[in-house]
Write a protein that binds this ligand. Structure first.
Ligand code: CO
Length: 287
């Protein structure tokens, strides 16, 4: 076979995962892509849920009061409105195109409830782990309206909303040195190709939510269709080529923490003892 004349290393799709249907909160229908039986975690990512429906009964019950400790939740709304309230007095409305990067740290109790009775609700929630030294940090919010998320056009037919990380000179508003995350919402026009240099040493995945594309180059090229997630490997430049109807995907990467995980429901710690303490602290109202 012909070797590539260049020394440029290309990333490739190493594994495909389809989410499984589940429900959470008070009965919200979800597709769990990370955090289910097929892919329990992808360090530092603990969970990825896609929610997307036009049926109010699938989301109307929302996510009433529940705790989190030891990690971050990232909510990216595509359609619909969700009101967020926590027990520290924080409250906000997530509107289409907005992002909420919530560092739960040592703990909070919050609710996430739809602020609409009909129409489409669509978006993602991603859980990002925190290193041991930051699990008990103060809770913190990084919340951005759609207008504060910069949009890059790195090539003809390519539009990228940069939530976290960099595309050329465009830097996303989210700061999290612990895992140095990348979070891009990429729209490719039909048959458009683009290459993105993945951050070195990060774990990365792409989740296609509209259309279809081919990931990788030459012998490594593999198709990825809507509602499929591709775990990416190899590092370096990631070649993407949209199909005939174009493609829209999120591309997410983060520096792995490589720490032990003790996890149950909304608590993610390093040891079983810390996990037990989280239950006690929650029950005794110390969140
Ligand atoms: Co929550």
């Amino acid at each position: 076979m012909n070797a590539s004349p260049s020394d440029i290393q290309h990333a490739r799709l190493v594994r495909k995962v389809r989410g499984s249907a589940t429900s959470d909160g008070a009965g919200v229908k979800l597709t769990r892509v990370i955090g289910g039986p097929d892919l329990p975690e992808l360090d530092p990512f603990l969970l990825l849920d896609e929610f997307g429906t036009d049926q109010a009964e699938d989301y109307i019950a929302g996510f009433p009061s529940h705790p989190h400790r030891g990690f971050e939740t990232v909510t990216y709304m595509l359609d619909g409105r969700m009101r967020h309230k926590d027990n520290h007095g924080n409250e906000g409305l997530l509107t289409p195109g907005s992002v909420q990067w919530m560092t739960a740290g040592r703990g909070l109790v919050h609710s996430e409830m739809p602020e609409q009775e009909s129409g489409r609700m669509r978006g993602f929630q991603l859980w990002v782990n925190l290193p041991a030294r930051e699990k008990m940090t103060d809770p913190r919010y990084q919340e951005f309206a759609p207008a504060s998320i910069p949009v890059a056009h790195p090539a003809p037919g390519v539009e990228v909303k940069v939530i976290a990380g960099r595309v050329g000179d465009t830097t996303g508003p989210i700061a999290q040195p612990a895992t140095d995350p990348l979070y891009l919402d990429i729209t490719l026009e039909p048959r458009t190709a683009w290459e993105y240099a993945l951050p070195e040493g990060h774990n990365a995945f792409a989740y296609v939510f509209e259309g279809a594309l081919v990931v990788g180059e030459g012998e490594d090229a593999r198709p990825l269709e809507a509602r499929e997630m591709g775990v990416l490997g190899g590092g370096g430049l990631l070649p993407l080529r949209a199909g005939d109807t174009g493609a829209r995907l999120i591309l997410v990467a983060g520096r792995p923490l490589r720490e032990p995980i003790a996890r149950h429901g909304p608590f993610v710690m390093n040891t079983r003892q810390e996990l037990m303490q989280a239950f006690v602290d929650f029950q005794e109202g110390r969140f």
